[in-house]
Design a protein around this ligand. Structure first.
Ligand code: PLP
Length: 397
């Protein structure tokens, strides 16, 4: 079989392999506590489901416009304008089958072969995959432990900019670390973006998964609206991961290009579910709020137990549904020296299934500490208590 050369540059999400391993372990009759995958075990709000069902019955089963149902583009533009403090109209919005497709389409629209693209590492693995697949050069920047949360390594970002750097990926409210920029850090970053004439993919997948404070968008800074494409998704706020619905939001010139890519790729996103999304944005918000309340309780339960374990230090991020504890001390205590044996020991001895730092990119030079990532979006509070309780006993004994 002659597979095309470009496929050798296509990466993947290795977290799915952890899923398969956990499923195989569970199939043998073992109890598994699934902290590995960022899927959700919370139902989509009933009003959203009902609106989509009604749309099917009303015959919204043919193609719709390539850029999405106009009413959805309008209400999403209004919603994002209000929450970010930016003025978007429907011309700035192109609907996508999920948040993820915005990543590859952003690079297709703006990256030429050989262009350098800054991306976060540890970070969502699809950035590196899509940059390299489309012929760019992926240049990682790190995240560092601050006082209360992880922060972008702004010095590293500046150091890595060269005349070939054209684009940057910013995932504020970050997967896996929960990192969040302060306004001062946003401003410093905006200076760099202007100075070096960069365009930015603002992955705001977790903008609305927020428990304290208020999210803000890098796209709202002076001069940035023209340079940013926001990755928006319905997956998390409305627990719609499997529905596959999101959007790219940004300057009309770029959005038009992405709409043309839609024509070539999927023609349009699933028609009737867009009516569910309209209801999600404009209808009763009680269940969307309930999703946040459930997640917050899970976060607090998990953080409290993790921090009670000898050799584990965990921040309590205000947003996302991930935790990224430093487990260097716990590794030493158990005499573990590599990620794979640690992850397997946790699974086989306690049933706790996690991802490690290495599922979010290759470790950067100088990185010495060990981290795991726990997602609490797919596991209930009693199971969090039980699983992490077992992990504590395993690590401390
Ligand atoms: N961006 C980040 C940082 C994510 O963590 C995810 C999903 O986990 C996505 C984008 C894509 O999500 P979806 O395609 O479900 O909208």
């Amino acid at each position: 079989m002659r597979i095309a050369e470009r496929i050798s540059r296509l990466g993947t999400e290795t977290a799915f392999a952890v899923s398969a391993e956990a499923a195989a372990f569970a199939a043998k009759g073992n109890k598994v506590y699934p902290f590995h995958l960022g899927d959700m075990n919370i139902p989509t709000p009933a009003n959203v489901v009902e609106a989509a069902e009604k749309a099917i019955r009303d015959g919204k089963t043919g193609y719709c416009p390539n850029a999405g149902v106009p009413q959805l583009r309008e209400v999403l533009a209004a919603d994002v304008s209000a929450s970010r403090g930016v003025e978007y109209t429907m011309e700035n919005v192109v609907i996508q089958p999920g948040g993820k497709p915005t990543i590859g389409k952003f690079f297709l629209a703006l990256m030429n072969p050989g262009d350098e693209v800054l991306y976060p590492n540890p970070g969502y693995p699809i950035y590196e995959s899509q940059i390299e697949f489309h012929g760019g050069k992926a240049v990682p920047y790190g995240l560092i432990e601050g006082e209360k949360n992880f922060e972008l390594d702004l010095d590293a970002i500046e150091d890595r900019i060269t005349p070939r750097t054209k684009l940057m990926v910013l995932n504020d409210l970050q997967n896996p670390t929960g990192a969040e920029c302060t306004q001062a850090q946003f401003e410093k970053l905006a200076e760099l973006v202007l100075k070096h004439d960069l365009y930015v993919l603002c992955d705001e997948a977790y903008f609305d998964i927020r428990y304290e404070g208020k999210s803000s968008s890098f796209a709202a800074l002076a001069g940035m609206t023209e340079r940013c494409v926001i990755l928006y998704t319905f997956s998390k706020k409305f627990a719609m991961t499997g529905w596959r619905l999101g959007a790219a939001i940004g300057p009309k010139e770029i959005i038009d290009v992405i709409a043309k890519i839609n024509v070539n790729d999927e023609s349009c996103s699933n028609h009737f579910i867009q009516y569910g999304a309209i209801e999600g944005l404009t209808g009763d918000q009680a269940q969307a709020k309930q999703i946040l309340a459930i997640l917050k309780e899970r976060r607090d339960t998990a953080v409290d137990i993790l921090n009670s374990i000898e050799g584990v230090n965990c921040f309590r991020p205000n947003a996302t549904f991930y935790l990224y504890p430093n487990i260097t001390g716990a590794m030493k205590k158990k005499g573990l020296t590599d990620y794979d044996s640690m992850r397997k020991a946790y699974l086989h001895k306690t049933g706790v299934s996690v991802c490690t730092r290495l599922h979010f990119g290759r470790a950067l030079k100088g990185e010495k500490d060990f981290y795991i990532r726990l997602a609490y979006s797919g596991i209930d509070t009693p199971e969090i208590n039980e699983g992490l309780g077992r992990l504590k006993v395993f690590i401390e004994n």
